[in-house]
Design a protein around this ligand. Structure first.
Ligand code: ADP
Ligand code: ZN
Length: 519
């Protein structure tokens, strides 16, 4: 056994020799010592925080190898290549290999030639012959949130990993993830059979990322405005659908930007090519579904845009975390709209944990529509509380200005009432604005009293007010009934008791946008 100081020296030497770094980052050192001493741990560290070294470096000092469970076969080869370049004996074992190649890996293990072995959970059974402490000194579970259906990226193949602790009780397990809220953390530890594992929690704050969110009005134009003076910079734009990524990439190309779409429908080679071009700065903008970015090591992504709203804060946080890993100023721009929420709700319908998913979506929506410091909301979601507003988000930089919104609210709510709470937002706004469309003519809505009483206010502006009215509980969307707008108990107070309503003006013009976003 090593003594602590010898270990320390060996760790420092290995850090320099194999990774070229002079010192450990906050927490890395402690995590490594803990793992090397044979104890289980759970590491929560933001993307780019330096999780890999926490298990790669111990692998060099252990007797046997470190088995790395990773969900992403596509990335294993890159990870292994990078290690080999650094002179570390590493390989992977997965279903993309022939039986002969797999046997060769087993032979290498038996000859104790390897320090790291990457494996996807579904291929673990193939490793049974060497799954014992003769060969394995440590187990790292990367992207550990995948084990929990409470997390944001559940993978069924991760659920069987509990057997590892039973089969190899003396081998320490290090679970690592960038995002797991408190409930998910507990679930991860229970499922891995390591309830006593020590928690290593790094701050979630990424102070160099400017946080901003805006209503999804003329999104494409807003994006053009935003990237206008960012032509040399790299960015990722997340969309909900494959079609969305392709459409947006085409529009950007038309404008003269070098953009590509990336989604799960592309084959392995195409995806690799697109990733490479992005990493090498050949493609500046990637329009991607959430399949993009996991494990990509690119430090100079200057902005992450969410064209559509993510389904929860964990996913959002992980995605924006791909911006500004170099610590330089970066921006996270989020667009939000009820259309996205309705779409996302459809996805959760019938899912086993619909209620939980919807609760997470509600938190995401609250974040998107918040009128106070966004960093506070984000950090408190992960159990971190800051005492002061951050000064580096749109709401801090440009606090919304509120005005007496009673009349507007009364018009809106009265219109909902007169439409018998049987119409969705688009129709309510059209009636308020005195639209002459076919459906209004057919249904005779031009006869109702509030028809046209809001025609002096733009459509988007009404939408902005409606969002606020919903947030404040003055009306609500019936998600299971055609998304119709419904009145609430508070509506009556506004309609009949002149109850006060505070609303904020939208900040939509181009100048405002760049003012909010720059700096
Ligand atoms: P994560 O897996 O947490 O997203 P990585 O392990 O990929 O992060 O590390 C992110 C980046 O930080 C990589 O470029 C890595 O080489 C670098 N890095 C990690 N540890 C250190 C360190 N101690 N000193 C300097 N750079 C480091
Ligand atoms: Zn703030």
């Amino acid at each position: 056994m090593h003594t602590a100081s010898v270990l320390e020296e060996k760790a420092n030497t290995a850090l320099k020799k194999y990774f070229g770094y002079d010192q450990f980052r906050k927490n890395q050192h402690e995590i490594i010592q803990h793992f090397l001493s044979g104890q289980d741990g759970l590491v929560i560290m933001p993307t780019g925080g330096g999780k890999s070294i926490c298990f790669q470096l111990p692998a060099l000092l252990f007797e046997g190898l470190v088995l790395v469970i990773s969900p992403l076969i596509a990335l294993m080869k890159d990870q292994v290549d990078a290690l080999n370049v650094n002179g570390i004996e590493a390989t992977y074992f997965n279903s993309s290999q022939s039986a002969a190649d797999q046997q060769e890996v087993l032979n290498q293990v038996a000859q104790k030639k390897l320090k790291l072995l990457y494996v996807a959970p579904e291929s673990l059974s193939g490793l049974q012959p060497i799954l014992n402490s003769n060969y394995i000194s440590g187990i790292a579970i990367d992207e550990a949130h995948c084990i929990s259906s409470w997390g944001h990226d559940f993978r069924p193949s991760y659920q069987q990993l509990g057997f590892l602790k039973n089969q190899l009780p003396e081998v320490p397990i290090l679970a690592l993830t960038a995002t797991a809220d408190k409930a998910t953390r507990t679930d991860i530890l229970n499922q891995l059979n390591i309830p006593q594992a020590r928690l290593f929690l790094n701050s979630f704050d990424r102070p160099n990322i400017f946080l901003t969110a805006r209503p999804a009005v003329n999104r494409v134009q807003q994006i053009f405005d935003f990237i206008e003076n960012k032509s040399g910079e790299s960015g990722i734009i997340y969309c909900l659908s494959r079609k969305g990524t392709e459409g947006l990439a085409a529009k950007l190309e038309q404008k003269g930007y070098k953009a590509e779409a990336y989604h799960a429908g592309l084959n392995f080679e195409e995806r690799n090519r697109i990733q490479e071009n992005f990493v090498r700065d050949k493609t500046k903008i990637i329009c991607a579904t959430l399949a993009f970015g996991m494990g990509i090591d690119k430090s100079n992504v200057r902005y992450v845009i969410h064209y559509n709203m993510p389904k929860n804060i964990e996913g959002y946080y992980q995605e924006i975390g791909r911006a500004g890993r170099d610590g330089l100023a970066s921006t996270a721009l989020l667009f939000h709209t009820y259309a996205d929420i309705i779409q996302l709700r459809k996805f959760t319908e019938g899912a086993g944990n619909e209620e939980l998913q919807n609760a997470k979506l509600d938190r995401m929506k609250e974040f998107a529509e918040a009128t106070h410091c966004r960093r506070r909301i984000l950090l408190s979601y992960f159990g971190e509380y800051i005492e002061k507003d951050c000064g580096h988000c749109d709401n801090c930089k440009n606090p919304p200005v509120f005005f007496d919104g009673r009349i507007l609210a009364q018009k809106m709510l009265s219109c909902i009432a007169r439409l018998k709470q049987q119409e969705p937002a688009s129709m309510v706004i059209n009636v308020l604005r005195g639209s002459q469309n076919q459906s209004i003519r057919e249904k005779g809505y031009y006869r109702i009293k509030t028809y046209g009483t809001g025609k002096d206010i733009a459509w988007q502006e009404w939408q902005h007010y409606l969002t606020q009215l919903i947030n404040q509980g003055f009306c609500e969307i019936a998600f299971h009934q055609n998304n119709n707008l419904k009145l609430t108990q508070l509506s009556k107070k506004v309609l009949f008791e002149n109850y006060p309503v505070q609303l904020s003006k939208p900040q939509e013009d181009k100048k405002q946008l760049s003012k909010v976003i720059s700096k």
